[in-house]
Structure formats: C-alpha cells, structure tokens
Ligand binder design. Structure first.
Ligand code: PHE
Ligand code: ZN
Length: 885
C-alpha cells in the first residue's frame, strides 16, 4: 500500500499538486565548491499579472559579465517546476535550453538584457514556497530557494540586484498591492483591475524579494529615526484581526529604537510593512521593507494570547527588524553561511528581550530552549557545525544549531571581549561589509580587528559539531582553590576526532559559611587545565558557567548540600536556577536508571522538596523568577542526561520518575502550593506583578495535580471559569487535559465554542490535547485529525496537532510504538504536500540510537518504512537517510 496517497485527511486523497519528480538520491552541495557567479545582475524588472490560478510573470534581467568569475558563454538561471513561455535576449529570440529544472541561455557578449515569461499557479502551490495563495490573498516566500518557483533567476544569495516591480490585478480581490521598497506609482485601469509600481533602492538577493496582494487593513504609526527620518510603519492584517495588532506595532517601534541605541543601526527606507498570513512554513521572513509573518507572531490581545505569546510576538518582530542590518544590508555569500545572519540576529533579539523583560528570566528561558532543541540535535544523527560543510536540501539547515547555538557562539565572543569592545567589532563588521554578501569568516575577522582579540582557535566553534563536555574537579591548597577542567568534544557524524576549543566560563567560589566569591571569567582552551581561584571562606562551593557563558555540559558531582546552598544563596539568579536543575537531574536520572537506594531516593526527594519550599517562601523573589525555580528539568533534557556515553535513555522510566517526584513534592507541600495558588489568583490582570503570578499559578496547579487530581481539577475548573485572560484559561485547561476527570470535557468544549472562529486559538485547543498526559492521548489525537477544523495543509494546524504530539514524551514514546507509527504516517502524508514541514517531523524519530532497544527498534522500523515508500522529497529523503546512517 502506498501510504503517501492513502486518504488520511478530511480532504481525502492529497493530490500531488506541483511536486516535480525528485531524483532518489539528490546531489550533495559542498561549501568548499563555492565559486562566484559568472554574471552580475545589476537590475531586475518584474511584471506580475496576478491571478490566483495563472499569474503571468515577465522578468527582465540586465546582466553583465562578472570580472571576478570564470568567464562562461552561458547564463544558468535556476528554476523549480517552471516552464518558460518565451525567452528573448536584447529583444530577439534567444538560444536557450533546459538542464533539468534550470534554464540555460547562451550569451555572446559582455552585457545583455534577458527577458523571460513564466506562468505560475499560486492556488496549486501547497509547498508555500514561491508565490502562493493564502486565505484569498497572494503572497510570496523566497528564502532559501523559492524565487526560482516564480521566475528563472540566479537564485543564490551572492547575486545582488536592484528590483523594480509592477503588479496588476483584480481590484476587488486585491485592493492592496505591496512589494519591497517604496511605491512609486499606482493606477486604476477602469476595468476592475488596478496596478502599482514599486522600487527598492537597496540591491538585494532574490531570497529577500516579496510581494503581497490582498484585502488587508493596516495599523499604522510613524517612527522617527535618530537622524530624523520619518518611517511609515504598517502592520497589515485581515479586517477582523486589526484589534490585535497594537502589540506588534509597539514592539516594532521598540526594536527600531533599541537597535539605534545598542548597535548604532538606523532604518534605511521611508516605509516598513509587516503582513500577517495564516499559511506559513516558519515564524516570519525579513524581506526588505516587507516582512511576511505567520499570524501567530503578529496577533495578540489578552483574551486570545498568553503572556508567552506576547513575548514571542515581541521577539520575532525584533528578530525580523534586526535582520535589516544583520541579513539584508549584509547578507550571506552562500547558504553555508546562514548562521552569519541567523546566529547574530538571534543574539540580537535575545539581548533586546533581555533588556525589555529582565535579563535573568529571559536567559533561563533561552538556555532551556537550547537544551531542549539544540543539545539533542548536536548529540544525534543530524548533528552539524553552525557553519555546515554540506547539504542536500538547505531547508533542512534552518536548525537550532544554526540559529541558537550560532547565537551562543557570538555571545561567547561578547563575553570574552566585553560589551564595549564587542560593539567596536560589530561596528567594524557593519561598516566593512555593508552592501556585501559576506561569510562567517568575515564576521570573525571584523570582531578580531574591531575588538582587538585573537579568535584563531575560537574558529573551531564554527567547524566542529557536538556539545563539549567539561569534567570538573577541585582541590584546596592554602588560600586558593585549584579548579581542574577537562574538556571533550564528542564525535559527531563525519567528525570522529575533535580539537579542544576555547570555552569561556564565568566562575565564582563561594563559601558555605555564606561569604560569596567575586565573579571572574576564565577561558579553558586546552584539553585539561587547572585554574587557581581565591577562596572566599571555608567549605568552598564553585559556581560555574554562570549566566551560561558557554553552551556546554558541565559534568560534576556536587553534594546535595552544596547544590541546595547554591539554589538558595548564589548571587547569580541564573546559577540559582541551574543548581536546582542539577539537583533535579541527578536525582531523576538516578531514579530512572533504578540505581538509587531507598535512602538515596528519600534524601534526593527531601532535598528537592526543601528547595521548592524555600523558593515558595522566599519573599525576596519575584514570581517571574520563582516560576523559573519551580520548573523541573524537562523530559527531553533528562533524556539527554540519561543517554550519556554508552548509556541509553528510557523515556518510560524518565516519565515515571518525573511524575513520581512531582507527586512527592505536591504531597509534602500541599498546603504551600494551595496557598501559592490562592495568593497568585488574587493578583489582577494589569498588575505589574500579574505576569509572574500567572506563571506561578499554573505551575503550582500542575504540581498539585500530580498528588491530588480531584483538588487540582476543581481548582483548575475554577481558574478556568474565573479567567479574564488567555494565560489563566490555557493554563487551567492544560492541567485539566492531563486528568481523567469530568471537568475536562466541559471546559474543552467551552473553549472550542468560545474561540471556534479564531484559528490561532483553535491551534491551542489542538495542542493542549496533543500534549496531554491523558492515558488516551493517542486516541484523542487520532480523533482530532478527523475533526472538521483539522487540515494537514495548514502548517500551523499540523504543527498544533502532530508536531505537538511528537514532542509529547509520554504519548510519542508509548512503548508499543503506536506514537511512532502515527508520526511516520503524518510524514508520509505530508511529504507530497509540503516537504519542508514534513521533514521537520523526522528528528523526533531520528533519536532512536540513544534509546533503549525496544523502542529504538520500533523507531528505526518507521524510518525504514518511510525510506522504502520511495519518491520522497529531497527534504525528507535527506533527513531520513541521515537518521539511518
Ligand atoms: N529567515 C527567517 C528568519 O529567521 C526564517 C525563514 C527561513 C522563513 C526560511 C521562511 C523560510 O527570520
Ligand atoms: Zn532570522
């Protein structure tokens, strides 16, 4: 049976809309093969006759020989599923041929004008790359290689061109016509159609091109830049969403101001447009002057968005805005350099959010994300350096490694040279490479030159994959502490042997007497090194990797008493939460491995309970920080900690151990937890302390549920019924979803009824059920996949149900393999429709090698079944085959 064409969705048999037949073994592209393009394209003119199922595109490229490249009589223009209606050179019929998907034009001279006509069908574009239809509007997504689905073009980031665009279409269907840059002319044809002309003065690569045509309204507010330029800022949405756009617009203004102040970067056009679309493969896209956003990262109000959603909107708006300099003004030479723009821009958005919302809590959140998403990637079959050496499909390299570890690597540079010198380095980078397509090496050299630092050995962070592990030992000698650190960088696919890397670590040596040591930065740059550190008093306790200066795993066995001391007294709030995590990990991994004696089990629990009691009682903590301290290590993180060396992870045992610990905490602290729930419930929505309170409220509810489901259910139902905001409502529903109680169904139904017209909130409704620890979660997910509101064609929806389920440690890892089978079926059904999104499900199954043998065999069998189905996209083929190697 060919599963790829088996009807598994309400729409029935998913027809293969526009997928060209893919070679079974797609070629490998290598970084070392980079060569500049033979032709420059100083200007590009595009003319769009828009229609949902047949848009006619006329592209005129002025090309001239690139003196820096090997001369070639041919111009290779990339295409993907395109046919040329006509090709002319300098107004006359041209000599051209197809080479696979690409078009090759013979050009005799130094300089030519090449005109190509293509006709594309946006309504059939289910991949959401190129020009596609979403909710009646037309929009584009070109990064990385989507422009070649619009017209034939040198679709590579080092070909920069100035674009002039004319678009024409039905006025009723597309009253708003947007493109990059400035609108220079518009007109009405008087026959129901109208047109607009746009010009973008900044040369750009094709991946930054964007066009939007639709029935949209804007929330507008001008921003005046530091030099007095007035910028019209618009957030474009469908009329019914307008009331939920203020937060996005305000976030944009805050980002513009912050980038002027912190990085000295000013905006460079008179117009900044953001458009929200509901069908989008990723979070958002930084197209020059015309960002296209997933609605999820634009729309927010307290009734429909949680506090975390508000933060995510602010962070993504900032991220895309910051790309205007780190990405657009300076772009990437080739896609291997992706971290040049993404790592740096993630760092910039993290710094911005730390400044907006508080440094420690944001840092704890970012480290949690890194450990949940990047550490597993770095330890598995898909591990790659932040600057990869090869790929088959670049879409597969928009990873936590390139983005989040990329940000950590630049953050380390900043920690080593300090804020002021780092700024000198980034100033030099922006200055030196403005208008260029640059490399990671260019960035490192600019930091070296601008900040005055030698990053010779540090470059290993760009070339070596794998999370370094640092073994710690210590000895007291007189009034110094001798701290010995040994680093190992684990082998990763294609990289069996690693060199030691420079690892900056902020450390402090505290004393159990209560005296706190001063913080200092040490840099471990060989395999083993001993550092002499001053003692602050007797019984030293080392606080290490404070603020998470380096993305590494610290291996040490501090006594429980020392960890409890750090959790209560460290002056670095990050280190406090870290100590609690360490305490939790040590206990839970021991419990999951079954190596704890009854006494150790009891002592471990008692220490964690004492630490939780202290966090609940500590009047000096605000609830935002208290909330962080009450989060137990996630099952994914425990999975990583359990699967070290030759040891394997047992997801079932981890789940049981973690739930057991929650129950023990909740039994011991029943009174405190209920008091905390009552206290935080009394804090009103708009109180400045409200955010932290809402976080604590739901966390304690989740703990109570582990020991006393009936009490938790009635508290959760009351919290739900009383909620005047989405954070409280979703939190209550989340707790109810994992319980087998009568309150559950009624609240789920009420939630659905209340929000059935709001797609983003219905996504939450799917996710809450897919993530639950309810014993019937798999049956629930199967049933939800048949719900009339489910469609596999909308990425947000399939992520809200199936991607969430793939991250449900209990359901996905059900011992009989049913969870694995369901995810494999989704990959097979989705691959012909949207390969990019389908391939994103593969890593969950790819973790099989580090899992106990029973589940590992079941996961591997699913990967093999996917591979055997044949005719996979390049995206899915690459991920599955790497996962089986
Ligand atoms: N460049 C986008 C960002 O990081 C992400 C993206 C990649 C969006 C590919 C769409 C397609 O902001
Ligand atoms: Zn980005």
């Amino acid at each position: 049976m060919d599963i790829a064409t088996t009807p598994t969705t309400p729409e029935g048999n998913p027809e293969i809309a526009d997928a060209a037949p893919t070679p079974h073994d797609p070629p490998v592209i290598r970084r070392e093969d980079y060569a500049p393009f033979a032709w420059a394209v100083p200007t590009t003119r595009l003319d769009f006759r828009l229609a949902p199922d047949a848009t006619r595109v006329t592209a005129t490229l002025d090309v001239e020989r690139n003196p820096a490249a090997d001369p070639s009589p041919e111009l290779r223009l990339n295409g993907d599923s395109l046919t040329a209606e006509s090709v002319t050179v300098d107004g006359a019929p041209a000599t051209w041929r197809m080479d696979g998907p690409d078009l090759i034009v013979t050009l005799p001279g130094e300089r030519h004008s090449v005109e190509i006509v293509t006709i594309i069908d946006p309504s059939a574009n289910t991949q959401l790359m190129g020009l596609y239809a979403s909710n009646g509007m037309l929009c584009t997504q070109c990064e990385s290689e989507g422009f070649r689905r619009i017209t034939f073009f040198p679709d590579r980031p080092d070909v920069l061109s100035t674009y002039a665009v004319r678009m024409e279409g039905d006025k009723a269907a597309f009253p708003i016509l947007l493109c990059n840059g400035n609108r220079v002319a518009e007109g009405d044809n008087g026959d129901g159609t109208h047109w607009a002309e746009w010009h973008d003065p900044w040369p750009k690569p094709s991946y930054l091109f964007a066009l939007v045509a639709g029935d949209l309204v804007a929330n507008s507010k001008p921003f005046t830049t530091v030099s007095g330029r007035k910028v019209e800022c618009n957030v474009w949405v469908r009329a019914e969403d307008l009331a939920r756009t203020d937060h996005a617009l305000e976030s944009l203004h805050r980002s513009m101001k912050w980038d002027e102040e912190v990085f000295g970067r000013e905006y460079d056009l008179d117009l900044y447009n953001i458009v929200a679309v509901s069908d989008f493969n990723m979070g958002a896209m930084e197209n020059k002057g015309l960002n296209v956003f997933n609605t999820k990262y634009v729309l927010a109000d307290p009734d429909t968005a949680t506090d975390a959603d508000f933060d995510a909107v602010e962070g993504v708006i900032a991220h895309e805005y910051f790309h205007n300099w780190s990405g657009n003004r300076i772009t990437c030479r080739d896609w291997f350099q992706l971290s040049l723009k993404e790592g740096f821009t993630v760092l910039r958005d993290q710094m911005f959010s730390q400044d907006m919302r508080g440094e420690a809590v944001k840092r704890i959140e970012d480290v949690r994300i890194l450990r949940a998403a990047q550490f597993p990637e770095d330890a598995g079959p898909l591990a790659h350096p932040i600057r990869p050496d090869s790929y088959r499909e670049i879409s597969n390299f928009y990873t936590a490694t390139v983005y989040n570890k990329g940000a950590e690597v630049i953050r380390m540079m900043r920690s080593m040279v300090g804020e002021t010198r780092f700024r000198a380095g980034t100033d030099l980078y922006f200055d030196r490479h403005d208008g260029e397509a640059a490399t990671c090496e260019d960035f490192v050299r600019a930091i070296e030159d601008g900040a005055g630092v030698d990053l010779g050995q540090f470059r290993l962070w760009y070339s070596q994959a794998g999370t370094p592990r640092i073994a710690v030992s210590q000895m007291v000698e007189g009034d110094t502490l001798k701290l010995t650190l040994k680093q190992t960088v684990p082998a990763t696919p294609g990289q069996p042997d690693k060199q030691p890397m420079p690892i900056p670590l902020k450390v402090a040596v505290h004393s159990r007497s209560g005296a706190l040591g001063a913080e200092q930065l040490i840099v471990l740059d060989s395999a083993e090194q001993t550092f002499d550190l001053p003692l602050a008093g007797p019984d030293p306790v080392v606080s290490i990797n404070r603020g998470f200066t380096a993305p590494v795993v610290i291996e040490r066995s501090l006594s429980r008493e020392d960890l409890v001391f750090l959790a209560a007294h460290d002056d670095d709030p990050f280190a406090r939460s870290e100590a609690l995590q360490e305490l939790g990990v040590a206990h839970l991994v021991g419990a999951a491995r079954g190596t704890l004696s009854a006494e150790e089990q009891a002592d471990g629990e008692a220490a964690i309970i004492a630490a939780f009691r202290a966090s609940l009682a500590d009047a000096a903590l605000d609830d935002a920080m208290r909330g962080e301290l009450l989060v137990l290590p996630s099952e994914t993180y425990l999975f990583e900690a359990m699967a070290t060396g030759t040891q394997l992870a047992d997801p079932g045992a981890i789940h049981t151990a973690r739930e057991g610990l929650k129950a023990a905490i909740a039994t011991a602290l029943a009174g405190e937890l209920q008091a905390a729930h009552a206290r935080t419930s009394a804090i009103p929505l708009d109180d400045p302390a409200g955010r932290g309170a809402r976080k604590v409220k739901t966390l304690v509810l989740g703990l109570i549920a582990a020991a006393d489901p009936a009490t938790a259910a009635s508290l959760a139902a009351a919290q739900y019924d009383a909620a005047d905001n989405m954070t409280g409502r979703q939190g209550a529903l989340m707790v109810l979803c994992s319980l087998d109680v009568p309150e559950r169904e009624a609240r789920l139904a009420a939630f659905y009824e209340r929000y059935k017209d709001n797609a983003l909130v219905i996504d939450k409704w799917f996710t809450l059920q897919a993530l639950s620890f309810h014993p019937d979660v798999i049956a629930h997910v199967r049933k939800l996949a048949e719900h009339p509101d489910f469609t596999i064609r909308n990425p947000n929806r399939v992520r809200s149900l199936h991607m969430a389920f793939a991250g449900n440690p209990k359901g996905f890892h059900k011992a009989d393999g049913e969870g694995y089978r369901m995810v494999a079926d989704v990959i097979l059904a989705l691959d012909p429709i949207n390969p990019q999104t389908a391939a994103r499900f593969v890593p969950a199954l790819g973790r099989w090698r580090r899992i106990e043998p029973g589940r590992a065999a079941l996961m591997k069998a699913e990967l093999e079944r996917i591979l055997a189905s044949g005719n996979l996209s390049r995206d899915t083929f690459e991920q599955v085959s790497r996962s089986l190697e």
